[in-house]
Design a binder for this molecule. Structure first.
Ligand code: G16
Length: 543
């Protein structure tokens, strides 16, 4: 069979579903994400693109992750991971979109070949794709479609089975750096646990983690993976009292249900089950363990949340102090990257108190990651808890090679070097970020209450608004304003003007069929009211 015949035959077995009303599939905030029954053909086609990408990049391994993260259990998604473990280069998103929207199997083969010619890809060189999936039952079928595409294109395939999203990102980078001086770690799930556990011990050195930590895993893949990771911590060196909850992956319908980071962030309350114990330090992962939110229920003040903005300012402050103690302040540029969802108080705190630059990008870690790479130390977190800290090769060399002039300087350099290993450099990782937070709290001797006292959040509200046609909304100015439909932004501005110290914006979600509206104002009730009013404007225009 010719190459084209193989591609066509595979596609016929994993057909694309034609969308209603001439709709097109789009590579959104985190790849293609929708109801799982629409995704079989999409995943087959994504497999074809991954093979092209590997061939284009000198046969380096490309990753494919099958997950819908925080979405409900009936959804699924598929996204491509580049060789260094970061998200697919944005220029290629349109190639993914054109392949996925091919009208027929024959047309698909044609577009595949045209892409190969246009992008100067030699189809005779080897290709490699590594892949994983979360715990959604629909993942089985999608993996079969993916494997068929890899088979049709004679691509070497490695199935890592069930993983968290950040684990797959780790494995892609580890695969491509294996045996080089920049080796990222052993190419196995165990290698990931070993690397994190070893760095965690090095980061802590004689510091004690106070109290226990309850980790809500959204009944997703993070549950079993965290339990597995805990076995790698040497009990003689570190006492880490973790209680893993909401880790039921056997009942798919409970995934992300009334639990997880997205629930906690959007509802601004603790998961109802297990009943929160006042005063206990708690955190939530999302369904694929790439987002993290901390919180506790205060016996006096009630629920207090420490979201991505708080994690970002905590990390920036701690790492900034270490860089100062290490004598590297003048050598390394530290910066923070946020999105429009960042609480205004956090931006002020980072700029005015920490004296660090802050850059705002559109939503999606793919945007933040890219900008963070422009710093020697780039701290990026979305308010929803998705983020990480990136260290440039120069920064890592400085941590390892600088000659310490005092024991305090040595301690700072050692901690920085250990943090660079502990913090996942490929993408936001709830497990790795949680260990980073625990390390910082242990070093500072802080409780969550101490952490929450660094600044006061402006009251805010995030709402999800279902509209008939979210595609009419287009944004500008890092999503802080709507350019389309014309006239809509003027109405939002008019609503905002009615409130003191207020800010609001609306944007179409790239992972759900809905609009998101964010509002900040001087009081909680005003933030709620403003959000509802802007939601009303969006509903009127979204037809
Ligand atoms: C994904 C992206 C995040 C983004 C989130 C929500 O998260 O990776 O960067 O913030 O979607 O995006 P949107 O508002 O466009 O729906 P996850 O955890 O769902 O993969």
């Amino acid at each position: 069979m010719s190459h084209d015949d193989k591609i066509i035959a595979g596609s016929a077995k994993h057909p694309i579903v034609v969308l209603e009303k001439g709709g097109l599939y789009k590579y959104g905030t985190a790849g293609f994400r929708m109801k799982a029954d629409l995704l079989e053909g999409v995943t087959y086609r994504v497999g074809l693109l991954a093979s092209l990408r590997s061939r284009k990049l000198n046969s380096q391994a490309i990753g494919v992750m099958i997950t819908a993260s925080h979405n409900p259990a009936i959804d699924n998604g598929v996204k491509i991971v580049d060789p260094q473990g970061d998200m697919l280069e944005q220029e290629w998103e349109r190639h993914a979109t054109s392949l996925v929207n091919a009208a027929s199997d024959e047309e698909l083969a044609k577009i595949y070949n045209t892409l190969a010619v246009d992008l100067k890809i030699d189809l005779a060189v080897p290709a490699k794709v590594v892949y994983g999936r979360d715990t959604r039952p629909s993942g089985h079928k999608l993996v079969t479609a993916l494997a068929a595409a890899l088979d049709a294109t004679e691509t070497e395939a490695v199935d890592f089975k069930i993983l968290t999203t950040p684990q797959l990102h780790y494995l892609v980078r580890a695969t491509n750096s294996e045996g080089t001086p920049l080796s990222y770690g052993e190419v196995s799930e165990a290698g990931y646990y070993k690397k994190l556990a070893e760095a965690f011990v090095r980061c802590l050195r004689n510091r004690k983690i106070e109290g226990s930590l309850v980790v809500d895993c959204a009944n997703g893949v993070g549950g079993p993976k965290l339990t597995e990771f805990l076995k790698y911590i040497p009990k003689d060196d570190v006492s880490f009292d973790v209680k893993v909850v909401n880790d039921d992956i056997l009942r798919p319908e409970v995934l992300n249900l009334d639990s997880g980071a997205d629930f906690v962030k959007t509802k601004q309350r603790a998961p109802p089950s297990p009943k929160p114990v006042p005063g206990v330090r708690s955190c939530s992962f999302d369904g694929d363990a790439d987002r993290l939110i901390y919180y506790w229920v205060d016996p006096d003040a009630g629920f207090v949340m420490l979201d991505g903005d708080r994690i970002s300012s905590l990390a920036a402050s701690f790492i900034g102090d270490l860089v100062e103690s290490a004598g590297l302040r003048d050598d390394l540029r530290i910066g923070v990257v946020q999105t429009a969802y960042a609480n205004g108080a956090s931006t002020n705190y980072i700029r005015q108190h920490l004296k660090l630059p802050v850059i705002c990008t559109p939503t999606g870690v793919k945007h933040l990651h890219h900008v963070a790479q422009g710093f020697d130390i780039g701290v990026y977190f979305e308010a929803n808890g998705h983020g990480t800290v990136l260290f440039s090769p120069d920064a890592v060399t400085a941590f390892k090679k600088s000659e310490p002039q005092s024991p305090a300087q040595k301690d700072a350099l050692d901690t920085l070097a250990a943090l660079a290993d502990l913090i996942n450099q490929t993408v936001g990782d709830a497990l790795s970020d949680m260990l980073m937070v625990e390390v910082i709290l242990a070093h500072k001797g802080w409780t969550l209450r101490d952490w929450s006292m660094t600044y006061s959040d402006l009251p805010n509200r995030l709402v999800r608004v279902e509209v008939e046609n979210k595609d009419v909304f287009r944004t500008t100015d890092a999503e802080r304003r709507l350019s389309h439909p014309e006239g809509c932004q003027a109405e939002i501005d008019a609503e905002v003007k009615k409130f003191k110290d207020a800010r609001s914006f609306a944007r179409a979600s790239g992972t759900e069929n809905a609009m998101r509206v964010y509002a900040e104002a001087a009081t909680r009730s005003e933030a709620n009211e403003l959000a509802e009013r802007v939601a009303g404007v969006v509903r009127r225009w979204g037809v």
